[in-house]
Design a protein around this ligand. Structure first.
Ligand code: PMP
Length: 424
């Protein structure tokens, strides 16, 4: 089938009239090449179809939520059965307690759970609980990391007051000295340290947490009476079936979960240890849809799959195939790729590509070959991605390398990126 984007262009025009900027947030394609579809028609397993009917192997997995495959039957069945009984009722259903028990059993540090809708809800609840628990104000926050879109953490500060962030103190990830300096400066006023399990930020290489940093963060929290908060919203269930720092023997006091815990159904969670139960009982947090039963039933089934199947090992095997294949391909075409982070959450950037024009050109060519890759955001593999899917991607990227080789001299940087990174 010939690649087209007519319907998508029409929808973008309609959206421009009735949606600010035509779209907003992380799913706006404004920073992506024009060819990238803004609107999708459906998803199944590891594939998505855009509104023009183009089919792609999807390496974004809805920016994380798709863990087991779009429309994964056991989860859909559990959701449908709950839907038939009721979803948003006057109070929660039994499944809420079952889900809390499931998460507490699964995640080593957790003794209790609270549920909400988005990752931002979870991180916001965690800092409120930490402040209530300690009676302190400061949250230590790794510079440049993403914890959501509320006033205290949104990366774009328009409409945000300095007062909203007056008690957010920034440190450098993987740099214990900078964390300790922040502690020393605010000694008796640090409520918590917030960190993601590894660094997974846009436009830069990913970086794993150093064991020394993870352990040191825990020790500093204990020394100063602060709480350690791990934000698992993006990496949760893709690194491990537990918190990501469990491998270093480091347990947080609070952890935040979202995105994939119900394989795409809208639910997020805050988990905590008994140490911080007091704080969690004292705060008032809620939402009209936070107690809806369908996403909870979907989560219980997703977590059953997580515990009882090799979904993670298959996800890693597929990610490894892609990484190895790309490594070879890039070399044979005379390019150097920087592939960073875990293979199941890859970030793929080009060496010697300061304004990202090579990466963008390559991604567009791969898109037209049926592979939906992202030129600056980390990607996500699901357990529905087969080795054959990875071969389809590799076929598309092989042609994309060829195309970029030919057009290299005429590639231009994306106009908005040009403003951000400067023309080269
Ligand atoms: N924390 C992290 C680490 C995230 O990656 C995200 C979302 N990308 C969030 C928090 C916020 O989640 P949400 O968009 O569901 O509010």
């Amino acid at each position: 089938m010939v690649w087209t984007n007519t319907k998508n262009s029409e929808l973008r025009e309609r959206a421009q009239r009735v949606i600010p900027n035509g779209m907003y947030g992380h799913e706006s394609t404004i920073l992506l090449p024009d060819e990238y579809p803004q609107f999708f028609a459906r998803g199944e397993g590891s594939h998505i179809w855009d509104v023009d009917g183009n089919k792609y192997v999807d390496m974004m997995c809805a920016y994380g939520p798709n863990l087991l495959g779009y429309g994964f039957e056991p989860v859909e069945r559990a959701a449908a059965e709950q839907q038939a009984r009721g979803d948003t009722l006057t109070g929660p259903s039994e499944v809420m307690v079952t889900l809390a028990e499931t998460m507490v059993d699964m995640v080593s540090h957790a003794d209790w759970a609270m549920f909400c809708k988005n990752g931002t809800d979870a991180t916001s609840i965690a800092i409120v609980a930490a402040r209530a628990h300690t009676g302190r104000r400061k949250i230590l926050y790794a510079k440049g990391t993403y914890h959501g879109a509320a006033a205290w953490c949104t990366p774009r500060a328009n409409g945000v007051l300095p007062e909203d962030r007056a008690h957010i103190v920034y440190y450098e990830y993987n740099d214990l000295d900078s964390l300790e300096a922040a502690f020393k400066e605010h000694a008796d006023d640090v409520a918590g340290v917030l960190a993601t399990p590894f660094v997974h930020e846009v436009f830069r290489d990913q970086a794993l947490a150093e064991q020394e940093f993870a352990r040191g963060a825990r020790e500093l929290c204990d020394k100063y009476g602060a709480l350690l908060i791990l934000d698992e919203v993006r990496a949760g269930l893709r690194l491990a079936r537990d918190c990501g720092w469990e491998q270093y023997g480091v347990r947080p006091d609070l952890s935040c979960w979202g995105k994939c815990i119900a394989n795409g159904y809208p639910i997020s969670a805050v988990l905590g240890s008994d140490r911080v139960r007091k704080g969690a009982t004292e705060i008032y947090v809620t939402g009209s849809f936070w107690f809806s039963a369908v996403p909870m039933a979907a989560a219980v089934e997703t977590l059953k799959q997580v515990r009882e199947t090799d979904y993670l090992e298959r996800t890693i095997a597929a990610g490894q195939r892609l990484r190895d294949g790309l490594q070879q391909q890039a070399a044979s075409h005379g390019f150097t790729l920087r592939q960073s982070g875990p293979v199941q959450m890859p970030q793929i950037l080009f060496e010697d590509d300061p304004d990202f024009r090579l990466g963008y050109g390559w991604a567009v060519a791969a898109l037209k070959g049926g592979a939906y890759l992202h030129p600056f955001h980390n990607m996500f593999v699901s357990s529905a991605h087969t080795l054959d899917d990875m071969s389809v991607i590799l076929q598309a990227t092989d042609e994309a390398f060829e195309a970029v080789k030919k057009t290299r001299d005429s590639l231009k940087p994306h106009p908005i990126l040009m403003a951000l990174f400067g023309a080269h």
